[in-house]
Ligand binder design. Structure first.
Ligand SMILES: [Zn+2]
Length: 66
């Protein structure tokens, strides 16, 4: 087993294609403490998921003020 494999998804179920499709990542939002990525279907470009990447390990969770 590969312990170093990330949790990054490479394919997700697309409701529009009605099948599991390969996805690509698009940077959607950059916040002071995290970045939000969108997963888009490679076939139809529908957003079928998202992922948040924390910028700092000790960043507090919860309310984020502008
Ligand atoms: Zn699709």
């Amino acid at each position: 087993m590969n312990q170093f494999k990330t949790l990054r998804a490479s394919s997700l179920y697309c409701p529009k294609c009605k099948a599991t499709q390969p996805v690509y990542e698009k940077l959607l939002l950059v916040l002071p403490d995290r970045e939000v990525y969108d997963y888009l279907c490679r076939r139809c470009a529908t957003s079928i998921g998202s992922r948040e990447v924390k910028a700092g390990a000790n960043a507090p969770q919860g309310l984020i003020l502008p």
